[in-house]
Write a protein that binds this ligand. Structure first.
Ligand SMILES: [Zn+2]
Length: 381
């Protein structure tokens, strides 16, 4: 019989709400219903236990990028985010040459197959030059279903999401193709009008890539994509809650419209996450990170974040004043459902992977468990 651990005394966040003095039983790699007398006890009094975080939009970390570098580099990035509580993540690529992206997809798909990644997210090249953010303008292209298909094939069934400027020629056909194959069509890096956004949602788009960032602002005569994405319940919105990308009132507006079930906190992190200030590359572009804020050396556009999801949670609760259970949903169940992995992860329920995060009363990370193994072991009181 596999080793059994009983985590007890903590406030446990379950899908049904917060349980005071709760217990989580871990048997081998899974959460179990009951424990034998001989089980190892871990006293977590004064702590929170929440599901492991799920990041559906992340480009790298720990000095490593998912868009280039070796398998070892990618695993270093994955490990860095695990140390910060993210136990499930996709790898997001940035705009590159089609052949290069297809090759990356092949490499990343192997890491999906061996269980280190939950899928591949292609951000670019099918995005708008007007809202390119930190993507190379000369490599951008119109969405073309044949090219979308080429990348899907290169990812061998592991492509989970494409971020598209759906207003461009070929955009709606690409959305339909993705929806038919169960791949998320995400609206982002877009210059779409309100009406064009509604069309894309009707065609099957289900996610807003970092809502507010890299899209037209909400205007009184031109409500643009933001109004359409906020009001339609078919859409889940990604938010980068790092204090740089988004005002707390904008976050509140998103939660007000979407409810706690249609928001996903993401990092959109680049290499510097969990690493430090300095000069980096995002795809072919040079990025300088100063005091944790990543900007393109040329033009100064914000270039991803250096966020980790433990910080996103701490900020959501202590600065934005969100209820813990709402913030936790946005970090676990909501993205897990979208990625199609909620049967295994995203909540603390018997039979699921024992992926969890231990936090102290100030929401500082104290422990991380993935598949029953401590990645960060909590100090024993
Ligand atoms: Zn991104």
């Amino acid at each position: 019989m596999a080793a059994v651990k009983v985590l007890s005394g903590a406030r446990v966040v379950l899908p049904t709400g917060v349980v005071e003095n709760g217990r989580v039983i871990v048997e081998g790699a899974r959460i179990a219903r009951s424990a034998p007398e001989s089980a190892e006890r871990v006293d977590l009094t004064g702590h929170w236990v929440v599901p492991g975080f799920v990041d559906m939009h992340v480009h790298g970390g720990g000095g490593a990028s998912f868009s280039n570098g070796t398998v070892e580099d990618v695993l270093k990035g994955v490990h860095t985010h695990r140390l910060h509580g993210t136990t499930t993540m996709v790898a997001s690529t940035v705009t590159g040459e089609m052949d290069f992206l297809a090759q990356r997809a092949g490499l990343l798909s192997e890491l999906v197959e061996q269980g280190d990644l939950a899928g591949v997210h292609f951000e670019g090249p099918f995005i708008s030059p007007c809202r390119k953010g930190a993507h190379s303008e000369d490599l951008l292209r119109h969405p073309d279903p044949a090219e979308v298909r080429k990348l899907m094939d290169a990812a061998r069934g592991t492509a989970k999401m494409f971020t598209l400027a759906t207003e461009l020629p070929g955009g709606l056909d690409s959305v339909r193709l993705l929806a038919e194959h169960g791949v998320i069509a995400a609206i982002g890096h877009t210059d779409a009008s309100y009406e064009q956004t509604v069309e894309a949602i009707d065609a099957g788009a289900t996610v807003a890539t970092h809502l507010y960032n890299a899209m037209p602002a909400l205007g009184h005569r031109e409500p643009g994509p933001i109004a359409a994405l906020l009001e339609d319940e078919r859409i889940t919105v990604e938010l980068i809650n790092d204090g740089t990308h988004l005002h707390p009132a904008s976050l509140e507006l998103a939660f007000h419209h979407k409810g706690a079930g249609r928001v996903a906190f993401i990092t959109d992190a680049m290499d510097a996450a969990g690493f430090g200030d300095g000069l980096y590359h995002l795809g072919p572009l040079e990025v300088e990170v100063k005091e944790g804020v990543a900007r393109l050396v040329e033009g100064g556009s914000i270039a991803g974040s250096t966020l980790t999801l433990d910080r996103a949670l701490r900020r959501a609760v202590t600065v934005d004043g969100l209820p813990v259970e709402d913030a936790v949903r946005a970090l676990s169940a909501n993205p897990a459902r979208l990625l199609g992995v909620y049967d295994r992860v995203g909540s603390l329920e018997p039979g699921k992977d024992a992926d969890l995060v231990v936090l102290d009363e100030a929401f500082v990370l104290k422990g991380v468990m993935r598949r029953g193994e401590w990645i960060v072991a909590p100090g024993r009181a």
